[in-house]
Design a binder for this molecule. Structure first.
Ligand SMILES: Cc1cc2nc3c(=O)[nH]c(=O)nc-3n(C[C@H](O)[C@H](O)[C@H](O)COP(=O)(O)OP(=O)(O)OC[C@H]3O[C@@H](n4cnc5c(N)ncnc54)[C@H](O)[C@@H]3O)c2cc1C
Length: 283
């Protein structure tokens, strides 16, 4: 656990808002936009779900009071999706309502494929009442995502496009990374041309260059979309994009439930995995 905590510290802004707010302030001062994520997922009791809900409501208030330039990102299994869909929807609705009062924005992260449809349904329900204050995520590794992008464009849904971070079977997701990238490129172009302020969430420099080139070629202004990256990953690239005049939003997670998030980051990159193994055997 000690080694994992060392690695987690590279990817999270601390265990409390007190620590995270300093990180957000520094990022804002340098010109980055932020989205704050209170770590937590797979909640199975109502008390915990409501605690997370209230934490997010408090966070929106703090963001407003401190004048931070930050939206929020949350996971539906943190809000009770494993308990009951309409209960979860009610919890998220309360958060989005609060966000609307502060003219802020809530992004619903996308989790494993078991939750995709239900996440989209809850998103659509809330989007009906708060179209300006809620967005969702589409993962390019899923076969279904091309259709989801078309629906999102038709309904002016605000989308964050990413590759996808969960382990999915070949029945529903591209097993070959080249296909995931190809799909990402296709959907990014569709969203840039026809979407509503899409967020291009990747650290893949080749895809980022394709997006930059495509936007220039099609005269899509730099304020009509944003790049998003995770805190602690490819910092040089984040700075470079900012310097070139692009909007860059950093996803900043904090909180005590850092383990599943950290494991996803380790799985994504073999260097992280070797770092953990090397340190275990060094002891
Ligand atoms: C802002 C944001 C929000 C996200 N939200 C979601 C979500 O809601 N649901 C979801 O399933 N996934 C989400 N993801 C994760 C995403 O799906 C990918 O798993 C993750 O971004 C890695 O893919 P990549 O696009 O960076 O490309 P990759 O091809 O995996 O990586 C490209 C390059 O980025 C660097 N890199 C990537 N990952 C790491 C890492 N862990 N450690 C060190 N370097 C790394 C490396 O230099 C690598 O060569 C999000 C990602 C971002 C940036």
């Amino acid at each position: 656990m000690g080694i994992l905590l060392i690695l987690a510290k590279r990817f999270i802004a601390g265990e409390s808002f007190e620590q995270a707010k300093g990180v957000v302030k520094r990022l804002n001062d340098r010109g980055f936009l932020v989205t704050l994520d209170i770590l937590g997922e797979s909640v199975t009791n109502r008390k915990q779900a409501e605690m997370h809900r209230d934490d997010y409501i408090g966070l929106l208030k703090d963001i407003n009071t401190l004048g931070l330039n930050s939206t929020i990102s949350l996971k539906l299994t943190q809000m009770g999706l494993d308990i009951d869909d309409s209960y979860c929807c009610e919890n998220v609705l309360k958060i989005v309502k609060t966000a609307a009062g502060y003219k802020n924005f809530v992004r619903i992260d996308m989790e494993g494929s078991k939750y995709t449809l239900r996440t989209i349904d809850i998103f659509k329900t809330i989007h009906g009442s708060y179209p300006e204050n809620i967005g969702m995520v589409i993962q390019s590794y899923l076969y279904r995502s091309k259709n989801d992008v078309t629906t999102a464009i038709e309904n002016r849904h605000r989308i964050r496009l990413c590759k996808g971070a969960y382990k999915e079977p070949p029945k529903i997701a591209f097993p070959d990374k080249r296909d995931v990238n190809k799909n990402f490129e296709y959907m990014a172009k569709e969203l840039l041309l026809k979407g509503s302020y899409p967020a291009i969430a990747t650290h893949d420099e080749r895809l980022i260059n394709i997006v930059k080139f495509f936007a220039e070629e099609n005269k899509i202004p730099k304020d009509r979309f944003e790049f998003q990256m995770l805190y602690g990953i490819r910092r040089g690239l984040q700075e470079k994009l900012l310097k070139d005049g692009y909007r860059v939003r950093i996803y900043v997670p904090y909180g005590t439930h850092w383990l599943p998030y950290t494991i996803r980051r380790i799985r994504e990159r073999k260097e992280n995995f070797w770092f953990v193994l090397k340190n275990i055997f060094r002891r």
